[in-house]
Each structure stands twice: as structure tokens, then as C-alpha cells.
Write a protein that binds this ligand. Structure first.
Ligand code: NDP
Length: 246
């Protein structure tokens, strides 16, 4: 029960990495608010979490919209009275080589992946500053560190998330709020299931541990960053990538 009495918000928490994080947090005693575009999917996730004996709430939220992010935070505060942990996990891809990448491919990826993290962090910041404690965990990507052909928009958004992480870590440290990022490598989720076999193989050949990651691998790192055990760690990027980037 490493997160007993804690309240967590997980964006994009109804499937994939976000759902694995929500499950892991709930299994350690945290109440979890799942924010997702798809309310039905978020409700299903919240119902599953409640079976673990914790409070859970589903909120329809497009993280790219400022008002939605504010609504997500106020739901958490109204229902549970505090916010201890925010996981900025919601993310999308619109992969194309530069000359084929439209302005809207660029804009929507930056809006969800980067502005979404800004919106949600801003929405919880007042509460965490007042509480004088908090944990913010941003799900970045190894692509934000090393780049990837065909993902200029996504890589830029994830590199931006890393800059956001480090700046806010400095800004909020004085109030006992830590801000860290996780950079997953190749993780088996809906986001990666449609990749062509050649791209999959190219990724696999670069993973020293010789396997794709699971959402649970990422969730374990998130649990550590959310728990008291990481209280002296802030502004860091932890790669969960089987050794792909080192
Ligand atoms: P999935 O596509 O499986 O899940 C993403 C979740 O985010 C979905 O539930 C989706 O909801 C939700 N979502 C999308 N857009 C929004 C939005 N605007 N507002 C709120 N929720 C939204 O992806 P993963 O689980 O693989 O990815 C999770 C995070 O991990 C992302 O930030 C991704 O960039 C990052 N990541 C993933 C890697 C991988 O290999 N899978 C590698 C590195 C990083 P809906 O179903 O309604 O669309």
C-alpha cells in the first residue's frame, strides 16, 4: 500500500500505458481519476479500479482543451478533496515524413502531447502548491531524446515535454512537488500495434534486452516516481526501454 490515502489523476487512463498505471496505483491504495476522450472507456476503467477497493472516477476530458483540464482537476478535488499525483499520459501520433506532414498533423500532436501536459499541470498546480506536496509524472518518449524519421511532430512534442518537466521541476521544488518524466521505448499497446513489420523489426534490433516493453513495465516506474521512495528525485527522465537509449 505504497500510495495509501493518495489521490491520482491519470490522463488517457482508459487503455494502454495509462490504464496499466491506473491499475498499479489503485493496487497500491490510491484513489484514481481517469480522464479520457472516451467517457465509456473511462467508466469501464474506473469500475475495474473500484473492484480493487479504491475510489475511482471517470471524467470525459480532451487534454488539449484548457476547460476540460480544469474540469478534470475540479472533479478530482470535489470527489476526493486533494490531488497528490498527476500523470500526463494522454498522447497521440500522426506519423508522416516532413513533406507529407500537414499543418494539422503538426498542430494536433503538439496540442495533445505538449499543450495537454501544460493544461493539466496548470490545472492541478494551485492545489499541489497549497498542499505543499505533489508528484507530476510526464510520459515522454525515447523519441524525444533521439528523434525518429517520420515522427518530427511527435519527437518535438516529447522533447518539449522533457523541457517542460525540467523547468517545472525547478519552479515547484520549493513546495515539495517533484516533476519527472518517463521515456518509454517500444511498448506493446494500440499505439504500436499497427506499425509495419519492418518498423517493428527495426525497433527490436535496437533493444538490448531483446523484447518489447509492456505497459506494466512503464507502470512500475510510474509507481516508483509517485511513491515516497522517490522523494529526492526531480527533473529526471527515466528511460523504460530495454536499454535502447543509453
Ligand atoms: P494508446 O493509444 O494505447 O492510449 C492513449 C490513450 O490516450 C487513449 O486512451 C486515448 O483515448 C487517450 N487520449 C488520446 N488523446 C487524448 C486527448 N486529447 N485527451 C485525453 N485522452 C486522450 O497509447 P499508449 O498507451 O501507447 O501511450 C500512452 C503514452 O505513452 C502516450 O503519451 C505515448 O506517446 C507514450 N508512449 C508510448 C509508447 C509506445 O510504444 N506505446 C512509447 C513511448 C511513449 P481514446 O481511446 O479515446 O483515443
Amino acid at each position: 500500500m505504497r500510495l495509501a490515502n493518495k489521490v491520482a489523476i491519470v490522463t488517457g487512463g482508459s487503455r494502454g500505458i495509462g490504464l496499466a498505471i491506473a491499475r498499479r496505483f489503485a493496487s497500491e491504495g490510491a484513489a484514481v481519476v481517469v480522464g479520457d476522450l472516451d467517457l465509456e472507456a473511462a467508466r469501464l476503467a474506473a469500475a475495474e479500479l473500484e473492484k480493487l477497493g479504491v475510489g475511482a472516477e471517470a471524467v470525459k476530458c480532451d487534454v488539449a482543451q484548457t476547460e476540460d483540464a480544469e474540469l478534470l482537476a475540479s472533479h478530482a478535488l470535489n470527489r476526493f478533496g486533494r490531488i497528490d499525483i498527476l500523470v500526463n499520459n494522454a498522447g497521440i501520433t500522426r506519423d508522416r515524413l516532413l513533406l507529407r506532414m500537414s499543418e494539422s498533423d503538426w498542430d494536433v500532436v503538439i496540442a495533445v502531447n505538449l499543450k495537454g501536459a501544460f493544461n493539466c499541470t496548470k490545472a492541478v498546480a494551485k492545489t499541489m502548491l497549497r498542499q505543499r506536496s505533489g508528484r507530476i509524472i510526464n510520459i515522454a518518449s525515447v523519441v524525444g531524446l533521439i528523434g525518429n524519421a517520420g515522427q518530427a511532430n511527435y519527437a518535438a512534442s516529447k522533447a518539449g515535454v522533457i523541457g517542460l518537466t525540467k523547468s517545472l521541476a525547478r519552479e515547484m521544488a520549493g513546495r515539495n512537488i517533484t516533476v519527472n518524466a518517463i521515456a518509454p521505448g517500444f511498448i506493446e499497446t494500440k499505439m504500436t500495434e499497427d506499425l509495419p513489420e519492418s518498423v517493428r523489426q527495426a525497433f527490436m534490433s535496437r533493444i538490448p534486452l531483446g523484447r518489447a516493453g509492456t505497459p506494466e513495465d512503464v507502470a512500475n516506474a510510474a509507481l516508483f516516481l509517485a511513491s515516497d521512495e522517490s522523494s529526492y528525485i526531480t527533473g529526471q527522465v527515466i528511460c523504460v526501454d530495454g536499454g535502447m537509449v543509453m
